[in-house]
Design a protein around this ligand. Structure first.
Ligand SMILES: NC(=O)c1ccc[n+]([C@@H]2O[C@H](COP(=O)([O-])OP(=O)(O)OC[C@H]3O[C@@H](n4cnc5c(N)ncnc54)[C@H](OP(=O)(O)O)[C@@H]3O)[C@@H](O)[C@H]2O)c1
Length: 324
């Protein structure tokens, strides 16, 4: 058995060039953990945020290994873990880091078997994002026949929200995106109307929406809140453009007679058993080809710098996957 492994570490917080390939000792899984020989590692938006130093207040230190989701084969188990996991192909959530490695540790409670037909790359593309999209729509109390707008639809969460809203019987699924080429790709995934980032240019788009799933937030969020129908629900599942204006809450009170609501949603509040059940359903559906995991590009693990450069440049449609 190998005693060292290749990993990608943040040697200096800031730009992507602060990432470097390092050799680390292989660790035996602790009680309750499994060791996974990784086949695919998802590159998440939060990885780039941590690398940039934007989350320094949360105590990330130099040498941090980014990456929150991996897929591969279990090679060893810690005390208290059923040895029958060894040899099985799984998806795993490793937390806020620990994923950009050839062999990853994960709590057994955070692994799921990969169904037949689902590649490791597909699993790390929809394992986290699919759950956020599913529970974000549920948080918005989305019902069949309603009109939905997905703001920031070209990322991994938005792509899943578009597909799940369409599958769930939405009357319309509008999206915001920055290019017509992305718009066409989103139409093939279930979008019915394509708007630009400001929400314009959607010929025939609904005048109002029952549900808005917002990955973007930022200064323009209030103008999207204005597009809610009476009783409409806007749910922020991300904030890729930063926080909304500090007086955003006044929008809700100023539109009192329209009974509109706004909520933030984090998958961290979903019970673990519910996350597992939904991820399992989504993996099965993807394995059957009923939903699509959109992989932007496969890159070798050693090319993590390039992956982060592409992320920072906004070039990514779906998810970049690193291959150890
Ligand atoms: N709720 C949860 O539990 C949860 C879990 C994990 C992550 N997150 C959050 O989800 C977000 C990342 O999601 P993601 O990976 O799907 O998103 P993403 O790919 O980073 O961004 C989604 C899309 O938003 C558009 N966009 C980017 N910057 C913009 C701007 N300044 N103004 C307007 N549009 C902009 C881009 O598409 P176009 O260029 O086509 O417009 C981009 O593809 C982060 O905020 C992360 O913290 C939330």
């Amino acid at each position: 058995m190998e005693t060292t492994l290749k990993a990608i570490a943040v040697q200096a917080y800031g730009g992507p060039e602060g990432l470097a390939v390092v050799d680390l000792p292989v660790q035996a899984p602790a009680a309750g953990q499994v060791l996974i020989a990784t086949e695919a590692v998802g590159v998440g938006g939060v990885d780039t945020l941590i690398r940039s130093g934007a989350l320094a207040a949360y105590g990330f230190e130099e040498g941090h290994i980014p990456g929150g989701e991996v897929a591969g084969t279990v090679t060893a188990v810690g005390d208290g873990v059923d040895a029958s996991w060894i040899g099985r192909r799984v998806w795993a959530f490793t937390g806020t880091g620990g994923g950009y490695v050839e062999q990853a540790l994960a709590p057994v409670a955070q692994i799921l078997p990969l169904p037949t037909g689902l590649s490791a790359a597909a699993a790390v593309t929809l394992g986290s994002s699919g759950a956020v999209a599913h529970f974000g729509l549920r948080h918005a109390r989305f019902a069949p026949g309603e009109t939905v707008l997905v703001r920031g639809a070209a990322g991994s969460i938005g792509i899943m929200a578009v597909q799940l809203a369409a599958r769930g019987g939405a009357a319309a699924v509008a999206v915001t995106t920055s290019s017509s080429e992305r718009g066409e790709r989103l139409r093939r995934l279930g979008a019915t109307h394509v708007l630009d980032r400001s929400g314009d240019a959607g010929v025939g788009a609904p005048a109002g929406y029952d549900v808005i799933i917002d990955v973007v937030a930022g200064k323009d969020m209030p103008s999207f809140f204005d597009r809610l129908n009476p009783n409409g629900r806007m749910v922020a599942v991300g904030a890729v453009a930063g926080q909304p204006p500090s007086d955003f809450g006044m929008k809700i009170m100023n539109a009192f007679q329209k009974s509109m609501s706004f909520a933030a949603f984090s998958a961290a509040t979903v019970p673990e058993a519910d996350l597992r059940a939904v991820r399992s359903e989504l993996f099965t559906a993807a394995g059957r080809g009923e939903i699509e995991a959109v992989v932007h590009e496969l890159l070798p693990l050693a090319e993590a710098v390039l992956a982060h450069q592409k992320m920072d440049a906004g070039e990514v449609f779906g998810r970049i996957v690193l291959l150890p």
